[in-house]
Design a protein. Structure first.
Length: 276
């Protein structure tokens, strides 16, 4: 029996308490029946006293850093069939609660949609290129290690749809993991996040697997702001996680020979011919 319209999971790792409290404040204003799971991967459970016992909130201390996808799976495995939809959420986002009701309404009317992501802005109000094609090794290697601006620009223009105005609903095979609104039945069917990825490509992999059976939608009628720290550009340790996880991703799906990737990306690009 479904107890909730929406469950939400936020994975914490020494996370700013103010950011989490802001999310809880937003959620407290919505009319949907919901529950929030705070999955704490931090070394200590210092946040326990802050959040334990709050209404509609369950604090879970994992005792070790499970990584992003595995942390969310902890919450997903607890709710099972108790919810209609599940929201994978970062703490460093901001939005108006009414967008959750807007998205819920859209998803309820479109049962063929497995995953929906909103339009995302940076804190300076510029667009955040959060909807993308499935990456090739060249997309990631060039943008990270080849400082040739014109080459990066050519690749990013296609990879991140920079030619698009981002004002219409489109299908996309990859959305960033900071805000993923997912049908709970779909989440269970694909067995959640692939836990071989500690962090970074788990959102690519998840969107791709859902896209194989359902529509994965970029929905600009709902908007959020995301800080998006790009940690692997600032930390050697995070860069290591990024590289090793991307190697695992391409080992799973294929490096330069991935016929499914080509087919999906070509299908996605074809839709822009019909968009006025």
């Amino acid at each position: 029996m479904q107890k909730y319209n929406l469950t939400v999971s936020i994975v914490l790792y020494q996370t700013d308490i103010d950011e989490v409290n802001n999310i809880l404040r937003i959620l407290s204003q919505i009319s949907l029946k919901y529950k929030v799971f705070l999955v704490d991967n931090s070394p200590t459970d210092d946040l326990k006293t802050e959040f334990q016992g709050l209404p509609n909130v369950e604090y879970i201390f994992t005792g070790k850093n499970l990584g992003f996808g595995s942390g969310h799976n902890v919450a997903i495995n607890k709710v099972k069939e108790q919810t209609e939809y599940h929201l994978v959420l970062n703490a460093d986002v901001n939005f108006e609660g009414k967008i959750l009701e807007e998205i819920y309404g859209y998803m309820s009317k479109n049962n063929n949609v497995g995953l929906l992501a909103p339009k995302i802005f940076n804190p300076d109000a510029s667009i955040q290129y959060s909807a993308k094609l499935l990456p090739t090794p060249a997309n990631l290697i060039v943008r990270r290690f080849v400082p040739i601006k014109w080459l990066q620009s050519i690749l990013d223009n296609r990879y991140e749809f920079r030619f698009f105005s981002f004002d219409k609903i489109i299908e996309v095979p990859y959305v960033m993991g900071c805000f993923m609104f997912i049908s709970a039945n779909v989440f269970q069917k694909i067995n959640g996040f692939d836990e071989r990825f500690f962090m970074y490509p788990e959102d690519i992999d998840l969107t791709r697997r859902i896209h194989g059976e359902f529509k994965t939608i970029y929905y600009p009628k709902a908007t959020i702001t995301h800080k998006h720290g790009k940690g692997s550009y600032k930390s050697g340790k995070l860069l290591y996680y990024h590289i090793t996880s991307m190697i695992k991703y391409f080992n799973k799906w294929g490096w330069f020979f991935d016929s499914e990737r080509s087919e999906i990306n070509n299908k996605i690009l074809a839709q822009f011919k019909d968009i006025k």
